[in-house]
Design a protein. Structure first.
Length: 508
């Protein structure tokens, strides 16, 4: 975003959407200084303030303030830019006189070369003003802007200049925060450790983003060793690990876009999504699609823009969207019961997936792929789509080894070959649940779990999902054949002839 360009082009109205009021004013001040424009700022508490000399006109009512602004705009010797803080709160009152006054001022500004700039953390313009103002989302600060904040903290604390490597780590740890949030994170790190620690800054960023409710930073990430099987998918991910570096760009490789993992519930798709960040050695963000959709008109679209800005500010990173069909499954209809909100959000997301140039690797998982619109599945949205089936015998044995070791036991103390044969239709999540049940039984007896007495007994008391949903699973397998790449090698021995995508250990 270049405010100087907009002002030079003669835009009469610019709406800046950002929670960073002070930074927005600073950006406007720089642009006005470049173009020799006179900047004023209004708020209901401070009135109309001349930012150059601090002179103010007391006027808490926006209509009164706009009357003074009109006097500025009728001056021909100086071009004025007026920043209006918290105007949205007054627009929410649906005052027709206020709307009319703004329209008249914008017409006057167009003819005289002045600019009106409402700012706020949200914007919902009345229809009368939607085409009168150019709406600009202020990007989150980059490393350079966060560096200025860091320098200010270091100077105020009278600390020495940081080592370049540590400084870079601190700045990357703060990416995705506003300048105020970054300043708070730096200060908190100083208080806790006496220095600005990248890990403490990253921890505070995770807390801040989670508090926002749309995205959260996931710290605990499994690796490929925590997944049983999935050799084809593992190889595909490992092959793309260096694709985010400068050497890949010099070679001419495009930045990887993402990965869609579809399959049977409980087969470890979510675990694989988490492991992707470990493989690519990138931060992991989790997007809760349910929180994107809000009840206020325009809120859902604004929430998605906020998510995209955050992900692109932190990039390179992995953005994980779990069970994506629940967020976009209703977008195929027309206006729908939600007034077309799902379709608009879905369209915006697709456009971003297609056009994004920032290294944000999107990993989406889906259980019921039939709910996803066809345009979402075509090549170009994701780099690849993998299908994860029930595990075969070798994969189940690997899962048993992982699960047993996870709970502090030695896999060699159990007959995992027998266990793998006995749980033919079990998912990885069900295998883990069986072992946990066996642990409870053994603990109640004051003994260690045994293969036959505890584990096989717990297995007989478990009805696997494959039996309860055999029809749906058969339909999913039929859909995946020829459409999705198997996450593991084809098993020619299986009489059914279906693809045997290996299965991971823990929960979906």
């Amino acid at each position: 975003m270049n405010l100087t360009t907009y002002l030079r082009a003669g835009y009469p109205g610019l709406a800046l959407v950002t929670p960073e009021e002070a930074r927005a004013e600073a950006e406007l001040a720089r642009a006005c200084a470049d173009l020799n424009r006179h900047l004023h700022a209004w708020s209901s508490t401070d009135g109309l303030v001349d930012t150059t000399d601090g002179h103010s006109i007391a006027c808490s009512d926006p209509l009164e303030a706009l009357g003074h602004v009109e006097n500025f705009f009728r001056q021909e010797d100086t071009r004025h830019v007026v920043m209006l803080r918290d105007l949205q709160l007054h627009l929410d009152q649906q005052d027709p006189i206020l709307v009319r006054q703004i329209k008249d001022l914008l017409r006057l500004a167009k003819s005289t070369g002045h600019t009106l700039v409402p700012t706020g953390c949200r914007l919902k313009l009345p229809p009368e003003l939607e085409h009168e103002l150019a709406v600009i989302d202020l990007d989150l600060p980059d490393c350079g802007q966060l560096g200025h904040v860091l320098d200010g903290i270091l100077a105020s604390a009278q600390l020495q200049v940081m080592d370049d490597t540590v400084r870079e780590q601190v700045l990357h740890a703060a990416l995705g925060l506003t300048t105020i949030e970054a300043e708070n994170a730096y200060a908190l790190s100083l208080v806790e450790s006496g220095s600005i620690d990248p890990e403490l800054v990253a921890r505070e960023k995770a807390r801040t983003l989670k508090q926002g409710g749309l995205v959260e930073v996931i710290d605990a990430r499994p690796n490929l060793g925590d997944i049983g099987g999935l050799d084809s998918l593992k190889h595909w991910l490992t092959q793309r690990r260096p694709a985010f570096g400068a050497a890949a760009r010099d070679y001419g490789l495009p930045v990887p876009k993402g990965l869609l993992i579809v399959g049977i519930p409980g087969t470890g798709k979510s675990l694989t999504a988490k492991a992707t960040a470990s493989v690519l050695q990138l931060p992991l963000l989790r997007l809760d699609m349910g929180r994107v959709f809000g009840g206020i008109v325009g809120q859902s679209e604004a929430n998605l823009r906020s998510v995209i800005r955050t992900a692109e500010a932190i990039a390179p990173c992995v953005l994980w969207i779990d069970e994506i069909e629940k967020g976009f499954g209703s977008s195929t209809g027309g206006s729908g019961s939600d007034g077309g909100t799902s379709a608009r959000v879905f369209g915006s997301f697709l456009s971003w997936m297609q056009e994004k140039d920032k290294p944000v690797f999107v990993v989406a998982t889906a259980n019921d792929v039939s709910q996803l619109p066809p345009e979402f599945l075509r090549k170009g949205r994701f780099d690849e789509m993998f299908f994860v089936d029930l595990p075969d015998a070798a994969e189940r044995a690997a899962i048993w080894d992982i699960v047993i070791a996870k709970y502090g036991r030695k896999p060699t103390d159990f007959d995992t070959v027998v266990l793998a044969r006995a749980c033919e239709q079990f998912t990885g999540a069900e295998i883990e649940a069986v072992f946990v049940d066996a642990l409870y039984e053994a603990f109640a007896e004051g003994a260690e779990p045994s293969t036959r007495k505890h584990i096989l007994t717990a297995m007989t008391n478990t009805v696997p999902l494959a039996q309860r949903m055999d029809g749906q699973i058969a339909a999913l397998r039929h859909w995946a054949r020829g459409r999705a790449r198997p996450a593991g090698a084809e098993d020619p021995v299986r009489s059914s002839g279906r693809r045997s995508s290996r299965r991971v250990q823990s929960q979906n």
